[in-house]
Ligand binder design. Structure first.
Ligand code: NAD
Length: 496
């Protein structure tokens, strides 16, 4: 059995606790990938102390040179794409096509970050006084605590760690307990690309211990967290109390709307991918399907035929459409919500049980599930399930569809199928989400655009694109007065 280590203070080390946990393949729980450190607070203390030293060195490295390291990281990820996709599917479960996409998102993010090293723009603006210049520029902040979920084992860490590094911060990284192998390989690649060792620290372990210790550490200046809204609330309380800079990306209950004038066949392709890709475990998964009356029955009956034909299985085997959900806890949560849906009077049209069969019995497989006649406001319709369960809601008008879309506490992504250009633009205006897709499913974000949600999905920051660099750097303003005399702003230039 391979025993993995933390990367702290420039070396691969055992955890101070001496304790480990097993990382298993969710498609076959008898397949143990390795044993990973179940670290303690002491490991976080050592990691943060080293990261502070790393910060002193890295913040002085010119941003274009920092970008050069990230370009090399992108090259190494591209070179090892197939191998990383395979190990990611083994520990996370989603099919290879999806884990290849996950690695590609990391590559795209690396190259974007590399080029940002030669921008990282500030502003130079006219001063209101003579012989005086005024400008803003960006400064590094300090040690960044990075806490990530299981569902995008490489892409999400890269969304956070690349801009954090490009801006000159050092990083203490805690990957989700279910995907520590991908996190480890990622850190190996950062080091191979030439990142100074003290600039990156990797501490494996439980969220309530290692995650909490990172968030609570007084020398961690900023925290970026992606995970559930419940955990984000705990992280947010600590950061609020300690006045830390915090980026939260949390839960979702995303809806696809199909209006009577929409392309039904296109919408069916979209909902199959949106609802059941990654076994429904995407923050942007389509978990609600809002159908206008005219197309409701036709679309639903065609959709059910397609869903019944989806093939569950090991994501590393050819022909698999849907892999397992991540662990036993996740499958039990799905089961709880299927019970809730039935108790609330929704119609279970397909699925609704664990998948059976020789090869499936060893893993956490759940049949793709569709409920119809789901009532707006019911728990099934409102709460995040994070599994392969789709709730269908019937509406009479576009306005009613928009209201149902908006009437949840989350606001990550939405989608609308229509052929009417006016309705499409109306949706962009009126849907309360960080992202709206027209004639495409609720998933499919690209690395060079801002990503994030409103309401209880986020706290106002964005990952991706140009906006994320605002979070990982501090704006500073410089005034240079070369007039040789005291010039008082707002006073000398406006004499009474
Ligand atoms: P989770 O909240 O259980 O865990 C996320 C991370 O937080 C893990 O690394 C975990 O160890 C850590 N953690 C747990 N308790 C902690 C604590 N007290 N202090 C600090 N860290 C702690 O989430 P998950 O099950 O891994 O991921 C699924 C959730 O993530 C879903 O709600 C999903 O919508 C959300 N998600 C959101 C986005 C987005 O961009 N909005 C993207 C992906 C996933």
């Amino acid at each position: 059995m391979r025993i993995f280590k933390n990367f702290v203070a420039g070396s691969w080390v055992e955890p101070s606790t001496g304790a480990h946990f097993d990382n298993v393949n969710p498609a076959d729980t008898t397949d143990v990938i390795g044993r990973f450190p179940l670290s303690g607070r002491e490991d976080v203390d050592r990691a943060v102390a080293s990261a502070r030293q790393g910060f002193e060195q890295w913040k002085r490295t010119p941003a274009p040179a920092r970008g050069d390291v990230l370009r090399k990281v992108g090259d190494l990820l591209a070179h090892r794409k197939e191998e990383i996709a395979d190990l990611m599917t083994r520990e996370m479960g989603k099919p290879l096509a999806e884990t290849r996409g996950d690695v590609q998102e990391g590559i795209d993010t690396a190259y974007y970050a590399a080029s940002e090293g030669r921008r990282l723009f500030g502003h130079t603006v006219p001063s209101e006084l003579r012989s005086k210049w005024a400008m803003s520029f960006r400064r590094p902040i300090g040690v960044a605590g990075i806490i990530t979920p299981f569902n995008f084992p490489l892409a999400i860490p890269t969304w956070k760690i690349f801009p954090a590094l490009l801006c000159g911060n050092s990083v203490v990284f805690k990957p989700a307990e279910d995907v520590p192998h991908t996190g480890t390989v990622f850190v190996e690649i950062l080091l191979e690309a030439g990142l100074p060792p003290a600039v990156i620290q990797l501490v494996h372990g439980a969220g309530a211990t290692v995650g909490a210790a990172i968030v609570e550490h007084p020398n961690v200046a900023l925290v970026s967290f992606t995970g559930s809204t419940a955990t984000g609330g705990i992280v947010g309380q600590t950061c609020g109390r300690m006045h830390k800079r915090l980026s939260l990306e949390m839960g979702g209950k995303n809806a696809m709307i199909v209006l009577d004038d929409g392309d039904i066949d296109l919408a069916i392709e979209g909902v199959l991918w949106g609802a059941f890709g990654t076994a429904g475990q995407r923050c942007t998964a389509t978990s609600r399907l809002i159908l206008q009356t005219g197309i409701h029955d036709d679309l639903l009956s065609k959709l059910i035929d397609r869903v019944r034909a989806l093939k569950l299985g090991d994501g590393r085997k050819d022909g698999t459409d849907i892999g397992p959900v991540i662990n036993d806890q996740a499958i039990k949560k799905v089961e709880r919500y299927v019970d809730i849906g039935q108790a609330e009077g929704a119609d279970l049209l397909c699925g609704g049980r664990r998948a059976e069969g020789k090869s499936l019995g060893k893993g956490h497989f759940y049949e793709p599930t569709i409920f119809a006649r789901v009532k707006p406001g019911s728990r099934l319709e409102q709460e995040e399930i994070f599994g392969p369960v789709l709730s269908v809601i019937r509406v009479r008008t576009a306005d009613e569809a928009f209201t149902v879309n908006n009437d949840v506490k989350y606001g990550l992504s939405s989608s609308l199928y229509t052929r009417d250009v006016g309705t499409a633009f109306q949706a962009l205006n009126d849907l309360d989400n960080g992202i709206t897709y027209i004639n495409a499913p609720t998933i499919g974000a690209e690395a060079h655009l801002p990503f994030g949600g409103v309401k209880q999905t986020g706290n106002g920051h964005r990952e991706g694109g140009w906006e994320v660099y605002e979070f990982y750097s501090e704006t500073k303003v410089g005034y240079i007065d070369f007039s040789g005399s005291l010039q008082r702003a707002q006073i000398d230039n406006y004499p009474t």
